[in-house]
Design a protein around this ligand. Structure first.
Ligand code: MG
Length: 546
């Protein structure tokens, strides 16, 4: 059996920086709706919308004040409905962010909770009169917040938060909180969304305020959400943001037998191992990771990505590995975030080197799982390190050479977030219109990559077979499904090579090149030729029918 989310390419969009239709400086749903033709043409068939709910925007919308509405700066509910109808017409699935771990401190629930100990909303959050010793030492943004407990004078008590102090953590042990989120899911599912990205999933289900606040003992909360959502849409997807230890990587899928929790998980480990091998020019760690990558349940899938809207989190690497990645991609401390990561987009990390950008995306699209791009990845957008924390990678989409990169007709000072307007990645140089008119551009390359991927279902459905190569810079793997095999070969090094590969069981003379960095001679025998940072995708012919 196959599932719709196995065969899509997902594109992450922050509506407020994508396209502004009314010139108020905020991207909006009408603007996004007008870009659906663009997304279809590019090859996108699923979008993930970052939070668009009413919010004071102290954390880019991950601080919600009303879960069943649209922030008025981004449009109205009717605009959202019109967007959904148009997305369906375009064959584009829609995932939305569900920020259930915490609310904004401005949310009416929290305001009621803090002002009255007897309020029914008091127990929506986690309060203590005095923080117990050995708790409160795990803030997610060290250097910005130094404790998980914050004292509230109106409440005369301390409340728990993993993230910023303006994001009080919700108490999901309270059945009323879980009931609230069932209502929220029902509301959006009835408007036609195809699923939810569950923000901060490990924190959502953890025992907040305890000595081990990441104990993740309450997976029943996820099972309950999934079972409920399926009563409304049997094809619903729950996608977890769960950046956990390698040995617990797959537990959010649910148990082996039941697979009744999340359908998709962001593949945070693949993410860091790709950057590690790009930094070192050696394939070994990625080969080893793919060897141990847990099999997904039949109805489960990885969502693979290079960069997202947050920092590139290197905390799962060893110190030596982390140092190598930082030295390669974030030599300046201003490029780093929270002592664990990098706050840059991909293209500037790779110095805009087209060969390495192609190599990185070729690796991403050929490894098992559904690929994710973020807005602007398809043109190699840059970052703005003058912005705070992770804002650096959340700059507006660069559509054209028009003012504000075509994102908005508002005066630049009125933009929600500035457009990158100088340097190698300024909109004057990097924009959609320019790349669309140049058949050799990165945009056209990305479009070809997506078209090719859509014709190779074995990449997402198939079993992966790692093939040994007699060169430590080269990664070779095969994916086979329903009689078709695609073998992909990547050279992580800047040096060209001729490498002997152990293709036992595959007759390469029958394979055709379907995607590569430059034309190559047809493969004869087991020696493969690759340019520096080169890649080749080879596909077997259709099986002979008897
Ligand atoms: Mg607007």
């Amino acid at each position: 059996m196959t599932y719709w989310y196995d065969d899509v390419i997902v594109y992450g969009i922050d509506v407020k920086v994508f396209c502004d239709s009314n010139g108020d400086g905020f991207g909006d749903f009408r603007g996004l709706t007008g870009k659906l033709d663009y997304l279809t043409d590019l090859g996108i068939d699923c979008v993930w919308l970052l939070p668009f709910y009413p919010s004071p925007l102290r954390d880019n919308g991950y601080d919600v004040t009303d879960y069943c509405d649209v922030d008025p700066r981004l449009g109205t509910l009717d605009d959202f409905k019109a967007f959904m109808a148009a997305a369906k017409e375009h064959g584009i699935r829609v995932l939305i962010d569900l920020v259930a771990n915490h609310t904004s401190s401005d949310h009416a629930w929290f305001q009621a909770a803090r002002q009255d100990r007897e309020s029914p909303y008091r127990d929506y959050y986690v309060w203590v009169d005095e923080p117990p010793p050995n708790t409160g030492k795990t803030p997610v943004f060290p250097g910005v917040e130094d404790s998980n407990w914050t004292y509230d004078a109106a409440a005369d008590a301390h409340y728990w938060h993993y993230f910023y102090r303006h994001q009080p953590g919700l108490n999901h042990r309270n059945p009323k909180v879980r009931e609230e989120f069932r209502k929220v899911m029902a509301f959006w599912l009835q408007l036609g969304v195809d699923g939810f990205r569950i923000d901060a999933a490990p924190m959502m289900i953890a025992d907040k305020g305890t000595e081990d606040p990441f104990s993740q003992s309450r997976h029943a909360i996820v099972r309950e959400m999934r079972a409920y959502a399926e009563t409304i849409n049997p094809e619903v997807v729950l996608l977890a943001e769960a950046n956990t230890e390698p040995e617990r990587l797959d537990e959010f899928f649910g148990s082996r037998t039941d697979a009744d929790e999340m359908n998709m998980l962001f593949n945070f480990l693949l993410n860091v191992y790709i950057f590690l091998v790009l930094a070192r020019g050696e394939a070994e760690q990625l080969h080893e990771f793919l060897r141990i990558l847990p099999h997904t349940p039949e109805n489960g899938q990885w969502l693979n990505f290079l960069r997202n809207h947050d920092e590139l989190d290197l905390s799962r690497l060893t110190e030596a590995e982390r140092e190598d990645v930082l030295a390669a991609f974030a030599p300046d401390p201003a490029m780093r975030a929270y002592d664990r990561g990098i706050r840059r987009r991909l293209a500037p990390m790779l110095n805009g080197d087209r060969r390495r950008m192609e190599l990185a995306f070729s690796l991403l699209f050929s490894t098992p799982g559904t690929p994710l791009l973020m807005w602007g990845d398809e043109i190699g957008m840059g970052d703005d390190l003058s912005l705070e924390e992770r804002e650096s990678v959340r700059t507006p989409m660069q559509w054209s050479r028009d003012s504000n990169g075509g994102f908005s007709s508002a005066p630049a000072a009125k933009l929600f977030r500035p457009v990158i307007d100088k340097g190698d990645f300024g909109y004057q140089r990097v924009n959609v219109a320019a790349q669309q008119s140049d058949s050799q551009s990165f945009w056209h390359w990305m479009r070809r990559l997506m078209r090719c991927t859509h014709q190779l279902p074995e990449l997402n459905h198939g079993e992966i077979d790692l093939i040994r190569a007699d060169d430590s810079s080269v990664l070779v793997h095969a994916s086979t499904w329903e009689g078709k095999t695609t073998i992909t070969i990547h050279n992580l090094s800047a040096e060209p090579c001729r490498v002997h590969c152990h293709f036992e069981g595959y007759d390469l003379s029958q394979f055709e090149d379907v995607f590569d960095d430059q034309p190559y001679e047809r493969v004869e025998g087991s020696v493969i030729e690759l340019h520096g940072y080169g890649y080749r995708w080879l596909r077997s012919p259709a099986p002979q029918s008897d």
